[in-house]
Design a protein around this ligand. Structure first.
Ligand SMILES: *[C@@H]1O[C@H](CO)[C@@H](O)[C@H](O)[C@H]1NC(C)=O
Ligand SMILES: *[C@@H]1O[C@H](CO)[C@@H](O)[C@H](O)[C@H]1NC(C)=O
Ligand SMILES: *[C@@H]1O[C@H](CO)[C@@H](O)[C@H](O)[C@H]1NC(C)=O
Ligand SMILES: *[C@@H]1O[C@H](CO)[C@@H](O)[C@H](O)[C@H]1NC(C)=O
Ligand SMILES: *[C@@H]1O[C@H](CO)[C@@H](O)[C@H](O)[C@H]1NC(C)=O
Ligand SMILES: *[C@@H]1O[C@H](CO)[C@@H](O)[C@H](O)[C@H]1NC(C)=O
Length: 754
């Protein structure tokens, strides 16, 4: 239970690794420093090196107890912003992941650091990284300085059912493709490192940033080898940001054959420089030693990246010919002609990351994305398609406005319900009080729409506001979390319809639909459980109209599976966003003080001060990245339980077949057969009534809102809706919280996202 036993699991892993190292290094005590050996290999052009060498190099980094202790103290101030800390320690019944005590674990790490029990920077960093990953929240991530290698393996596994209903078995991807071609002469993988292969996989995926165990199982698999965005998707066995605890994967097949697959390592781009280090100390200086702000080239690098423009991507191989295709494959529409899909259009939406300056996507992509969706829907209807599958397999989220925009393509001009809370602790209170008290805030759009300016906030009705900052800040006890009152993430009336087209309240801009293009019972959302943040917002806004969710794969057992297995939090905040917000607030405080109208008394400041963190560049150890889940989302029927902690089974569950490995649309055929034909599901949930009218009259939005509330009595446990916002991209990162919701951890393991 809790952090303690998990900590010992981590410690056990570390100890195993150390023992393995001790035996190798005693043999070769005269050999060169491990980091120097890596530098030599890299210089000679080797693409990778042994994981043993990588671990030995990491473990030769120095550990500086005093720096580590003060680093933990500062990191804690950032983690104070994470929205579910108390709930993770004491989750409501039905939560599927283990409990974790984040602050208890942090105190434990601090104690060990203080007692100088860590042998290297890497051992300390790995503990921090793993502590946060136990929360299974893709928004809660820390990337400490020494995580400079990727560990990789050639293991590619697919979980395959003979017919989509029978419990699946594990095969290598190569064998799965042979099966798909009719070659029955292959054996499933029965053991990995001597443990049942399925159980090993389930346990091995325990700390992935997905809250649902079936979603995590799918993460390990390569059941969709070419992702919907066209990238190769090699599965979770292919890459790890920390040493996974074993230097090889030994596969045993049902026919008794054994195969040993070694782990390798390479230098991550996170290091940001060539690997030329002769010792662990040199590596530490380059990766972990704080840099003076002026010599910081990483921000320059980022700026350079953002000016480069992204290249158009080719259409995904093995898929049918696209009818509508986004240049970056953010959204692709198909009209397949397979038997069983005669009436069915398919829209794949692998991401909502429509705004990603670092990758050079143009700024009007948020609008393009919505327009492409509308364009496809019109073409599908014109081609006589009456049904649609929206495939959001492995969609990690992105820009919230794009999620709402897509909902509004299918249900134009409906109301959108947004209800969130964030933590109310001295750190967040300082920001809200500063911006709400500062006399100039109302006149400054960045401050007025920052989400911290109380007169500018609206309640979920999108009309009323709060009488005072105190009214908003409470704090209110919500499952033990000191929280703000319920608030809409954004005031939709302020949404810029040119930049962020959302077809509600008659302000869709380029989105001009007036009637739903498909009946709700003719819309199916397909997920593999790996649906996080903005993806969950999209799905949870479609469900109340009567749209059904089909989910695929998961652990090899019959029974229900959640369609949404990723974080349902409404907003992620990077540590850099938090740092920027504090700088902005402190500037206002100083401004008011200079004008002889101080915002706070000394007594008030003494409460806030301990919660104001050092800026990232002033941290005692360098930090590569970090983020928290800032806002919890709530359904219209329950303002106490964040949607994150509500179990939602999909309407229908299917397993993968081998055929889908080489012909992805065969999965769409199976989905259509199960929902609109007479094929079975592995598990079917009891049918739900729609709680929102998707009537064809254009004036139905008011009626929809009313029915959403009146439907609450008997549907509360099944139908829920999450929240959130849409806002114009803010130029000044300082004040405006990122209006993004996406799983960072998932993006971290290089190679998993092509
Ligand atoms: C056993 O099964 C594996 C995996 O399908 C296969 O590669 C191998 O050739 C088989 N060995 C024998 C002796 O049949
Ligand atoms: C894998 O098998 C090899 C021998 O074939 C053995 O040396 C190694 O320890 C095994 N690895 C694991 C993680 O079990
Ligand atoms: C919306 O954004 C566009 C593009 O930045 C800008 O030209 C326009 O003035 C904005 N509209 C409103 C109402 O602010
Ligand atoms: C959408 O709804 C708003 C009111 O909510 C109404 O003013 C507007 O005319 C509607 N637009 C369309 C296209 O139906
Ligand atoms: C909506 O806009 C599209 C172009 O974006 C246009 O082709 C279509 O005619 C418009 N529909 C209506 C009803 O105005
Ligand atoms: C304080 O901010 C206002 C605008 O909000 C600005 O006009 C003024 O110059 C600032 N004063 C100081 C002392 O920085």
């Amino acid at each position: 239970m809790g952090w303690l036993s998990r900590l010992s699991a981590v410690a056990a892993l570390a100890t195993t690794a150390l023992a393995a190292e001790a035996s190798t290094s005693s043999k070769s005590s005269t050999a060169a420093e491990p980091c120097a050996q890596i530098a030599k290999l890299v210089k000679a052009g080797a693409p990778s090196f042994s994981s043993q060498l990588a671990v030995a190099c990491l473990q030769s980094t120095p550990f500086k107890s005093d720096l580590a202790v003060s680093f933990v103290d500062e990191v804690r101030k950032y983690l104070e912003w994470h929205s579910t800390t108390e709930i993770l320690r004491n989750p409501p019944p039905g939560a599927l992941s283990a409990t974790v005590d984040l602050f208890g674990g942090l105190a434990n790490i601090r104690d060990r650091a203080s007692a100088n029990l860590y042998k290297s920077q890497y051992d300390f960093d790995a503990d921090l990284f793993h502590l946060l990953s136990f929360a299974n929240d893709g928004h809660l991530v820390i990337v400490p300085c020494s995580l400079v290698f990727n560990f990789r393996s050639a293991v590619r596994l697919a979980s395959l059912s003979s017919n989509g209903i029978e419990v699946p078995r594990l095969y290598t991807l190569g064998d799965g493709k042979l099966l798909a071609q009719g070659n029955k002469d292959v054996s499933p993988v029965t053991l990995i490192n001597g443990v049942g292969a399925e159980a090993f996989t389930e346990q091995f995926s325990e700390t992935i940033g997905l809250q649902d165990p079936d979603a995590r199982y799918n993460y390990m698999m390569t059941n969709v080898p070419i992702a919907r965005d066209g990238n190769e998707a090699p599965g979770g066995y292919s890459a790890f940001p920390t040493f996974p605890g074993m230097h090889d994967f030994n596969l045993t097949y049902a026919n008794g054959t054994q195969q040993s697959i070694p782990l390798t390592a390479d230098v991550s781009s996170r290091l940001g420089t060539d690997f030329t280090f002769q010792t662990g100390d040199e590596l530490w200086d380059a990766a972990c030693k704080p840099k003076p702000a002026s010599s910081d080239d990483s921000s320059q690098k980022k700026r350079a990246d953002s000016s480069s423009s992204a290249k158009e991507k080719p259409a995904p191989e093995t898929y049918p010919k696209p009818i509508v295709k986004d240049p970056f494959n953010l959204i692709i529409g198909y009209l397949p002609d397979d038997k069983g899909l005669e009436d069915v259009a398919v829209l794949t939406v692998p991401t909502f990351e429509t705004q990603d300056l670092a990758s050079g996507i143009p700024t009007n992509e948020i609008a393009n994305f919505a327009l492409e969706a509308q364009d496809f829907v019109l073409k599908a209807v014109a081609a006589g398609k009456s049904k649609i599958i929206i495939d959001v397999t492995n969609n990690g989220g992105g820009v919230v406005a794009s999620g709402f925009g897509l909902v509004s393509v299918f249900f134009p001009n409906m109301t959108i319900f947004s209800a969130t809370r964030f933590r109310s602790t001295p750190g967040t209170q300082f920001l809200v009080e500063t911006i709400s008290r500062f006399p100039g805030s109302a006149a400054d759009p960045d401050l007025a729409q920052s989400g911290y300016f109380v007169p500018g906030l609206v309640k979920p009705d999108q009309k009323s506001t709060f009488d005072s900052a105190e009214d908003f800040l409470g704090p209110f006890d919500v499952l033990g979390v000191p929280s703000t009152a319920i608030v809409a993430e954004n005031n939709f009336a302020l949404t810029n319809e040119t930049l962020n087209p959302i077809n509600i309240y008659g302000q869709g801009g380029i989105l001009n639909g007036t009637t739903p293009p498909f009946a709700p019972e003719n819309i199916v959302i397909l997920t593999d459980g790996r649906c996080s943040s903005t993806c969950t917002i999209f799905v949870n806004h479609m469900i109340p109209y009567g749209v059904r969710v089909v989910t695929t794969g998961g652990r090899p057992q019959a029974g229900p599976m959640q369609g949404i297995g990723g974080v349902k939090g409404a907003q992620v905040l990077a540590f850099s966003d938090i740092a920027g917000a504090f700088v902005a607030a402190q500037t206002l405080v100083q401004n008011a003080t200079d004008s002889k109208k101080p915002l706070f008394t000394d007594k008030e400041m003494s409460v806030f001060s301990p919660y104001i963190p050092l800026q990232l560049e002033d941290l005692p150890l360098r930090l590569t990245g970090g983020s928290v889940n800032f806002r919890n989302a709530f359904s219209p029927f329950d303002d106490q339980t964040p949607t994150q902690f509500v179990y939602q089974a999909a309407d229908c569950r299917l397993f993968y077949t081998a055929e889908a490995l080489i012909k992805p649309e065969s999965l769409w055929v199976n989905v259509a057969d199960s929902i609109w034909g007479d094929a079975d599901c592995v598990f079917t949930s009891a049918p739900r009534k729609a709680i929102k009218s998707a009537g064809t009259k254009t004036d139905s939005s008011k009626a929809a809102a009313t029915s959403a509330v009146s439907g609450s009595t008997d549907e509360s446990d099944e139908v829920e809706q999450d929240d959130t916002e849409a806002s114009a991209p803010k130029k000044k990162k300082t004040k405006a919280p990122a209006h993004k919701a996406l799983g960072l951890l998932l993006a971290m393991a290089e190679g998993l996202r092509g």
